[in-house]
Write a protein that binds this ligand. Sequence first.
Ligand SMILES: C[S@@+](CC[C@H](N)C(=O)[O-])C[C@H]1O[C@@H](n2cnc3c(N)ncnc32)[C@H](O)[C@@H]1O
Length: 234
Amino acid sequence: MQTKLIITADGSHSLFIEELDEHYHSVHGAIQESNHVFIGAGLNKIITGNLGLKSGKATAINILEIGLGTGLNAFLTFMESAKLLVNIEYTAIEAYPVNIDLVRQLNYVEQLDSMAYTDVFNLIHSSEWEKPLALSKHFTLFKINKKLEETIFKTKFDLIYFDAFGPRVQPEMWGEEIFTKLFHVIAPGGCLVSYCAKGEVKRTLKRVGFSVETLQGPPGKREMIRASKVTNLQ
Ligand SMILES: C[S@@+](CC[C@H](N)C(=O)[O-])C[C@H]1O[C@@H](n2cnc3c(N)ncnc32)[C@H](O)[C@@H]1O
């Protein structure tokens, strides 16, 4: 499929798939969206224990990303782990890896003023599949080159970044089967965050057992979702 590099409103790149008429990120700002949805509403919430995952500040967490794509979420999370001194095991699934020529053109390192981490961004893409790689003492990456539907998980995750293409393009990724599977791999007290806040998606998440919050979305998008696995032990 024809994938094009585009510049979003905050100056950061994203990708656009012409045949699907679908972007990898919000056109209102890729970095802005990732920071708001995945770091702000997901990682920061889990780390500060506000979701009741652990008492006090969490010091080690397991994250699962659905759709590694450009590596933006992984890179932002890596940088947060260095700032917050939290140990993160980051598993990323990607069925259709981005072409390396496109990866080389992405401007995230420059936009985030993180030239010191250029090698880390490159390694997120060039590292071997299914081989854990410690990118720092706080961040270990494990990549899986499979469809989510075909992946069997051996660990539980405290946080899921659900960053598949939207329901218009990939309805099968937003149905009961996938969300049931994800409910079972989330640790008690953990959560899933997503940029999509469609009513049908919220209803499906609730049906499979999640407790769903509708939160303010990033600039340009009204809402987003955080779905938690609430336990009686909290
Ligand atoms: C909206 S993009 C977001 C990617 C990424 N999080 C980023 O920041 O660039 C969705 C990603 O999900 C991947 N994907 C699509 N279907 C998938 C599937 N069935 N299993 C795993 N990944 C899938 C796509 O290839 C794409 O990289």
